[in-house]
Design a protein around this ligand. Sequence first.
Ligand SMILES: [Zn+2]
Length: 387
Amino acid sequence: METTLQIYTVKQICEGFTYSETDNKGLYGLAGTLTIQPEYQRNYLYSENGGKNEVAVVDSVVKKYPLGLLYFNKTKDGRLEVLDGQQRITSLGRFCTGKFSYMLNDIPYKFASLPKDIRDRIENTQLLAYICEGEESEIKEWFKIINIGGVKINPQEELNAVYSGPFVSAARHEFSNKDDSRVQKWGAYISGSANRQDFLQEALKWVSNGNIEDYMQEHRWDTNINELQNHFNDVINWIESIFDEVYPQMKGLKWGELYDRFHNNPYNHTEVSQKVKDLLCDPCVQDRKNVFEYVLGGCNDTKLLNIRVFEESTKRRVYERQTIEAKAAGVSNCPLCAIGHDANKQKIWKLTEMDADHVKAWSKGGATDESNCQMLCKTHNRAKGNK
Ligand SMILES: [Zn+2]
């Protein structure tokens, strides 16, 4: 790989700058010869969180702080692409084309209205760029290495870079447009942000059973994303067809897996919705996020819900009462041992040898309170739990 160092002024870099609001990215600079956002680059992020980062870039230039090195890739046809520095260049380009204001002595200024000396200072600021030429694999390897500063690149953004091509372009277009109205709906079930490729990552995870990288490699040169798109829509439509309401606990669940396991089962939509609603209000349910999986699985696996257990003080009171009564009657203090026919029929167990049991099972509506608590020896408690 060949590298050369080149100095540009901000004015040169921003010459012919264009920004796409729809794609949320800076497009061109250097009078059209520089591609600011090649396919493998990330969306523009510095305007997020109220634009603090993009203002900071302008602030650095005004205060003559160094902006750091830029890295450009020279393509075979002689054009330049930004490898690193896209966020900084787009910030400068957006400012010079009046997209946001900069506070100077507590007054907001768009670029054109700034005092001339400040405008000159910005335009004449020199930026240092490394220009490299080499094989695609080398360039991308290097891109991985240099992208460790600034807003940290995440694994999906890196995969998008490594497997750039028509598939990634189409997939990004579908899943990472934060202004797409469907993003809000998807966000009810998926954590993260569309812009940071979290939705694309989830869609890929679902269609590939978690083998995202293999899937991207295999489909890299596909010109359509039909399978990805259809599978994603199937999962979302399935969720919506089963649950009446959207609950905050639905966000970030492993919906792809739940779909694979349960989508062939028939469900009574009204019953399912009511069951979910009841469980989410049940104070005994400690793992609310698992309510959906529990209901989809036919309400069998109560372990998922991490049902609240009896308090130690409750156990002790019940133990003492049971033991006094058992001693008076000359039987075991485990009611199941007492009605048995073996050596334990009259055994008085210690508190530590017993466990609390719901007389009426929680899953059948029994409460976790003293009136529904009995102490059983560990053997009988285990045997009852397994039924
Ligand atoms: Zn027993």
